[in-house]
Design a protein around this ligand. Structure first.
Ligand SMILES: NC(=O)C1=CN([C@@H]2O[C@H](COP(=O)(O)OP(=O)(O)OC[C@H]3O[C@@H](n4cnc5c(N)ncnc54)[C@H](O)[C@@H]3O)[C@@H](O)[C@H]2O)C=CC1
Ligand SMILES: O=C(O)[C@H]1O[C@H](OP(=O)(O)OP(=O)(O)OC[C@H]2O[C@@H](n3ccc(=O)[nH]c3=O)[C@H](O)[C@@H]2O)[C@H](O)[C@@H](O)[C@@H]1O
Length: 442
């Protein structure tokens, strides 16, 4: 099939490459010419494992192209909308400007019978508005939310655990379902379940999935707060409750909380939209979810001050990790960046490293010094804080770092380090909601 993907960011670039690998002829379109220049040369414009290989495969097969000209979408019959829907400045609501700009730019190139497929995450009701907007072109609309995770985006796109088609129940449903079944023939053949819903349900499935994940993380972080106040250990607690299959262990990792370009803005957009339509009370709990999450960042800063004798001012603090999660260079709403900013504001001298996110961080945070290696980052540190659980950080040998630092003190912001090993190497180790032990080593 001939497919266009409008918007080639973290979602769209991966989606375009994955569709080409699946055998379709794909053109990816973006208004960002730098991104298109990179992608056209088969270079991933951001770090995402597997994306360079997928781009290479798509280009080698002659099935993938990128352009900044929307007119290049004219030969496609299926058009995915994958542009950003960030939080509006000064409000919790989603900014839909890019979605409507993309649809309006695409409209002159739509042919009767084309299928426009929304993939961006939007407030319920957006799809219906777009369907009305494109009606004069005789193109049709579907909403097909995306559930991929950054860091696993290519694999999640090739092997989704479910595929949701939002299709208006107006007599054309079977025909449109067949088109989408052809788009997703490869994962469907592998057994990916397909769910067909009304447009509104498909839109709501997406935001409610993210709201549930955010709630699960804030739940365990609330328990971390209780554990901190009572001497319990939240990791043991998560292991114990997670063995109940109704609860499940995944997404019960307490720490500095969730960030990224989706979970935070999606729960806020859901609250804003629910307020707007008069059902704000239904999701009022998400305000607490957001607040618990943001408190984790402040908590790390207070813990740092406590470990440094009452204040971080004038202290050298080393941060391991800048991206919002490992295997990604994405720093959108990253807890690590907020913590770096708060520590600098409190007068600490902050030095940070990350395997992939330094360049992105440098552009938005200038009060921090950046270093290329763990060793140069921790040199003469009064305190080390792990904020993103990159494998290379989790595997650090604590005794190799001890001679480099001014004081062997570490906060494990993701509860991923082997506490006993760090304690045995003489470090003052503090996790998030974990038992407090005294160092046992030299
Ligand atoms: N990043 C992720 O893992 C996932 C994102 N989503 C949703 O997908 C959407 C996109 O997210 P990201 O890719 O992360 O954002 P992003 O900011 O990385 O990418 C958005 C892209 O759209 C482009 N764009 C903006 N206006 C355009 C226009 N008129 N025509 C063509 N291109 C245009 C931008 O230049 C940018 O490259 C959002 O709604 C997000 O919530 C959904 C699932 C996963
Ligand atoms: O809509 C989206 O964009 C995507 O948002 C999330 O994916 P992503 O943002 O890539 O990352 P997650 O793996 O969900 O992690 C989000 C944040 O939660 C944090 N987290 C995750 C799990 C956990 O147990 N504890 C925890 O603090 C991570 O460190 C990270 O900061 C969802 O998992 C995807 O299904 C969804 O498609």
């Amino acid at each position: 099939m001939q497919i266009s993907v409008i918007g080639c960011g973290y979602l769209g670039a991966v989606h375009a490459a994955a569709l080409a690998v699946m055998g379709h002829e794909v053109v990816g379109i973006d208004v960002d010419e730098r991104k298109i220049a990179d992608l056209s040369q088969s270079r991933a414009p951001f770090f995402e494992p597997g994306l360079p290989e997928a781009l290479t495969e798509g280009f080698a097969a002659g099935r993938l192209a990128f352009s900044s000209e929307i007119s290049e979408a004219k030969n496609a019959t299926v058009h995915f909308i994958a542009v950003g829907t960030p939080q509006k400045a000064g409000s919790n609501a989603a900014d839909l400007t890019y979605v409507f700009a993309a649809v309006e730019a695409l409209m002159p190139h739509l042919k009767p019978g084309d299928l426009v497929v929304g993939k961006s995450t939007v407030p319920v009701g957006t799809a219906r508005r777009i369907a009305e907007l494109i009606a004069p072109t005789d193109a049709r609309l579907a909403w097909n939310p995306e559930f991929l995770r950054e860091g696993f985006a290519v694999n999640d796109s090739m092997h989704p655990d479910r595929i949701v088609y939002g299709l208006a129940d107006d007599g054309n449903r079977d025909e449109l379902k067949q088109v989408l079944d052809a788009v997703y023939a490869t994962p469907i053949a592998e057994g990916a379940p397909v769910l067909v819903t009304e447009l509104e349900t498909a839109e709501l499935v997406k935001v409610s999935a993210n709201a549930f994940l955010a709630t699960k993380i804030s739940f365990i972080n609330s328990m971390a707060e209780i554990a901190e106040a009572t001497g319990a250990d939240v990791t043991e607690l998560a292991d114990a409750i997670g063995l109940d299959a109704r609860i499940g262990r995944r997404f019960l990792n307490a720490g500095v909380g969730f960030g990224g370009g989706c979970l935070p803005k999606d729960i806020r957009a859901l609250m804003a939209h629910a307020d707007e339509i008069g059902v704000g009370d239904s999701v009022a709990f998400l305000k607490e979810v957001d607040e618990v999450n943001l408190r984790r960042r402040a908590h790390v800063v207070s813990l740092a001050a406590e470990m440094l004798g009452g204040s971080v001012a004038g202290k050298r603090i080393s941060l391991l990790g800048l991206s919002f999660k490992p295997e990604s260079d994405d720093i959108r709403d990253s807890p690590a960046l907020s913590i770096a900013r708060l520590l600098s504001e409190d007068g600490a001298s902050v030095v940070a490293t990350d395997p992939e996110a330094i360049e992105n961080a440098r552009r938005v945070l200038t009060t921090v010094e950046y270093a290329d290696s763990v060793e140069s980052t921790v040199a003469n540190a009064d305190l080390v804080i792990l904020l993103t659980e990159w494998k290379s950080f989790v595997q650090i040998d604590p005794s190799a770092l001890s001679p480099l630092v001014s004081a062997a003190k570490i906060i494990d912001g993701r509860n991923v380090l082997d506490a006993q090993r760090w304690l045995a190497a003489g470090w003052d180790y503090r996790g998030m909601g974990r038992y407090r032990h005294e160092a046992t080593g030299h």
